[in-house]
Structure formats: C-alpha cells, structure tokens
Design a protein around this ligand. Sequence first.
Ligand code: GLU
Length: 457
Amino acid sequence: MNVTVRFAPSPTGNIHIGNARTALFNWLFARKSGGRFIQRFDDTDRERSKQEYADRILYDLHWLGIFPDHVDYQSKRFAHYDAAVEKLKAAGLLYPCYETPDELELKRKIRLSRKLPPVYGREALALSADERASLEAEGRKPHWRFLLPNHAGDPSETQRTDISWTDLVRGEETVDLASLSDPVLVREDGSYLYTLPSVVDDIEMGVTHVIRGDDHITNTGVQIALFKALAAEPPVFGHHNLLTSATGEGLSKRSGALSIASLRDDGIEPMSVASLAVLTGSSEAITAVSSLEELAQKFEPSAASRSAARFDPADLVLLNRTILQNMPFEKVRDRLVAFGIGGPQAEEFWLAVRGNLDRLADAAVWWRVVSQGTRPGIDFSDADRAFLDEAFDLLPEEPWNGETWKAWTRAVKDKTDRKGKALFRPLRLALTGLESGPELSDLLPLLGREETLARRP
Ligand code: GLU
C-alpha cells in the first residue's frame, strides 16, 4: 500500500510540543513506510486562521526536520466541500435545522429531565416545507446536520450502532453512533465546521492513515460514517495520547506555552524536542536520539500508552546536553559562525567544549574564555599567587597536545606541596576565570603557551 499521511492543524497560533508530537508521529510513520506526508492547513475558520501562522508552522516543521511532500489549504477547496454537501443533501443525509443555541439548550435540559440522552432529537427533520419557509421568512437561516446512520429506517427511532475500527495505536475501538447528536456540518452563515472538509480532503488526497490525538476518537466514529455516506473507504485511524504538563494540564496553541518557537528561542535543539515529543508515553526510555531516522527505528505507534503522556519540560535541557555532546563538528560548523566561532581552531574548540553545554549559545562563553585577549581577573590569596607563580614557571615548552596538561600538573605536583583540588582549582581559575568547565587538557592546547603565560596572575 502507498502510505499517505497528513498533519492538519488550524493555523490559529504557534504549534507546541504536543502538536509536534502529532506531526512527528505522522512523519516517522511515513518515513518507516516510504510514504507521503501532506501538510494540510485546516483554515476554514477565516476569522481565526492566519497565513502568518501557517508560515510559522511550516518553519517550525522544517526546523524539526519535517519536509512535507505537499502543502494545501482548506480555504482554497470550498468548491470540493460544496460538492460533497450537494451529494449528502441529494441522499437525504444533510438536513436544515433552525434552532438557536438557547432553544437547543432548552431541548437538552428537557431531555435530561426525562432521563433521555442529551442528544439532538431531530425535531427539524420533521419540519414540513411550509414550516421551513415560514421560519426562513422570519429571518432564520438554517444550519445543516448530518443524519447519523443510527436507525433502521425511521430516524426518530435510534438504535445502538457501533462503529468499530482497529486503531493503529489503541487497538480495537468502538463508538456508538446512537450516543451522539447529528453533527452540524455547515453553520448558519454557510461556513464549514472541521468534520466534513477533513473527510473530503482525506478522500480526495488519498490519505491512507489518519494519525491524530485521542481527543478525536468520537469524531472518528462520525467521520467513518461520513466516509461511507460519500461512498469512500475510510482510512486507517490511529489516536495517540496527548502530552500534558507535569501537573497534568493540557497544552494550548493559544497560550503559547511550550511553543516550538519559544523552545527554539530558548536554545533547545530540534532533536531534543523530537526525542521528548515522540518517546514520552511510549514503551521506550526517553533518551536523546540524534536523528529522525534513528527515532523512526524506535517509533512504534502501537506501543504508545493510552493514558495521558505527562512530560517534564526540564528534561529538554538534559536531552539537549546529550544531543550537543554527541554533535559532530560538521553539523554545527555554520551555527557556530553565528556566534563568532570560526577559523582553524574551531573544530578542536568544539570537540573540547561540546560536553559542557546546556545550549549551543554557551559555546560562545567558552570561545571568549579561550580566545586571545580575555584575562580573567581573579583575586587570589597570597598563598595561591605564590603557588601559581611557581606553577607558571614550570609550563612546558611547545609543541603542546592533549598530554601537555598532565605533564605540566605532574611537574607542578612534584615541585610544590599541593595536590588535588588545592592544585587544580587555582590553575583552572587562573586559566579560565571559572570554577568548572571543559577538560583543561583540551583547553590548554587551544590557548597555546603564549596566551597561557599571559594569564599568569
Ligand atoms: N484541524 C484538526 C485539529 O487540529 C485536525 C484533526 C485531524 O487530524 O483530523 O485538531
């Protein structure tokens, strides 16, 4: 089977790490099966959708390493939805309703008081042509409901109607259509809700697998019925658990919390985000995975747990450390240039400091430490100063390499009465101005003898 998946956010805000989870599940699934990935913007809500958000979403996806095979916008496809509406109307499966929200609420309360399920009672289906005409003469405009196939011919007599599918993530799933109201597909003003356009697109774009959050499970029951009403074979569905914060709260596109943009601005690496977004709530341990190809190997949709996937944003920095620690120079060369880090020493420098970074930008701090001209001004005690004087006199001649530090400190230890922290701390402070950092055996050759001597306090 030629696999086609899609990621279908509404462009109404910045995507967050939970949205990235959905995008990545689809992308990794497509990568594993040699399939296509469609980026579809569900922008039928013209008020809230913005091109600017769609552009930012594409930018965020690229940053994560997702490159869609095709990009489409629902706002350009209204003619297709109109055609589907005509088909449903002709089949008697889409009917006009005139109730106001207040009237609907009243009906709901009445049903509840009669111990009936609080679903729409299909009263509008019984309206005669005259009654409809007079409602319209009053100025009412209809909204349109899809008649769910939960009856045996008489829509006023609903009966249990299980829609079942084998979910890619959750296994056997069932939704009883008798427990649902006929969904509104078209609003009074003629605008579309998400339900129908999504199905029309999935049919026409040849989507074979719909992988999305488990907040869509009920929609799936309705949408499978819609696929059938439009004489199409439903795709395979997979519903993954949603990411929640450590305190159990959901994420929202509007709040901006944990948006991909804010994580990027905070110096979090794309693979740290991808590792956490995909591996949280799976059977795999959360580890820093270096590439999406490698992550695809670990990705198994059916292994995701059903309950909400709690994650701790603090893990992102831990993952970042590991990602940076394993990052080869070729992968960061250009990005380092942006921090002013370049030239013949850049690679050696990177290899020396990469194990000590929370964020790539921290490399700039170490670049300043090793680059010529920085003189850490530390106020040493007289004893330390005397010790350092002796130590600097023992600096080996060049050429220097990875062994120089060891040879030097051994000589210092033999000559002075110091060892351990009392020996290493003042040396580190004199050379870097900082209490801790990369191995001095790596930093020393980068400094060179002349620069090292210049740091003699
Ligand atoms: N626009 C929908 C959403 O963002 C898409 C759901 C789907 O994948 O079908 O929730």
